[in-house]
Design a protein around this ligand. Sequence first.
Ligand code: TXA
Ligand code: MG
Length: 346
Amino acid sequence: MRTQVLDAGSPDAVRTAAEILAQGGLVGFPTETVYGLGANALDREAVLSIFAAKGRPADNPLIVHIWNRDQLEGLCSIPEGAEKLMDAFWPGPLTLLFPRTERIPDEVTAGLPTVAVRMPSMPCTRELLKACGLPVAAPSANRSGRPSPTTAAHVLEDMDGRIPLILDGGPCQVGLESTVLDLTRGEPTVLRPGGVTPEMIEDALGRKVSLAGSILRPLQPDEKALSPGMRYRHYAPKGDVTLVEGPEDAVVRTLRERCLADRGEGRRSCVLCFTEHVRELRDCDPHDIGSRGDGAQVAHRLFDILRKLDQEGMETVYSEVLPPEGVGLAVMNRLGRAAAFRKIRV
Ligand code: TXA
Ligand code: MG
């Protein structure tokens, strides 16, 4: 199959994409978070082909994308508190879990009693969802185990020859996947942190939100995953990533020592550092993750940098860390997983 890449800003391209979706095909499309790999959520065969194209385990459920709340009619019920969150954050990078009806195929939810729903904000995404008039099931458009794609080129890298069309909407604004929030059992629980932070959700709900335990550490062998996605190793470059935490000067010194020591032993090594430290680390092949005080910038750049590490054949990588607050929590969740939560405290 030849994979076409078309400009997401072109009405013709959006129409073509909508037709492919309506006929049961797959389309790679941009959202404000990461690129998605979409199919008609009500078409079992189409949904199954998503899993085949990604190499995704069948027990990891998909997010259903809508542009209008009326589309939820008949698909799910709306738990308490959800209206407030939809008012505050939709369209935007917040996915909510809702109790579902029989109309959603088991293939979408991996047989779970809930369905994950999100309303993306990017204008061309909304155009596409509107044009096809369907709820669109879409995971991130990467091959399973690779970082989520934040450009059309990333999608092409992973999906060339596997899908007919990619819409190119430029680099994704947020750069990390949506926040996933479970409102269906007791205390609202963040299963995956993202651009909508726990603090923002607490403000909108007027109540406390808890965080799934394994956001900043590995899932324990006897621990039940609240979200199937937590069971899988994600976002992992081929090389070994190690996080370095501590006072600024000591961190920079350690990044340098470790990187140069590894090189001395013949390993290909580099550092991920804040813009402010690039000069000081210039002999360590510094990859600039963004400014120290700007978590949103780090989020925006992270996945592109993780992909580059593999292209460059890096064997060891040493990285600075952000405080796990605000969007820093989402960054540290992804970076932590990329590092298999290996960390040096200095
Ligand atoms: O930003 C995003 O959310 C992107 C864009 C394309 O919308 N999508 C995305 O999808 O990241 P995916 O499939 O890569 O991640 C969905 C996550 C997985 O960790 C999955 O386990 C979890 O959401 N999930 C989906 N349905 C669920 C459910 N019913 N209960 C618990 N977790 C669920
Ligand atoms: Mg994914």
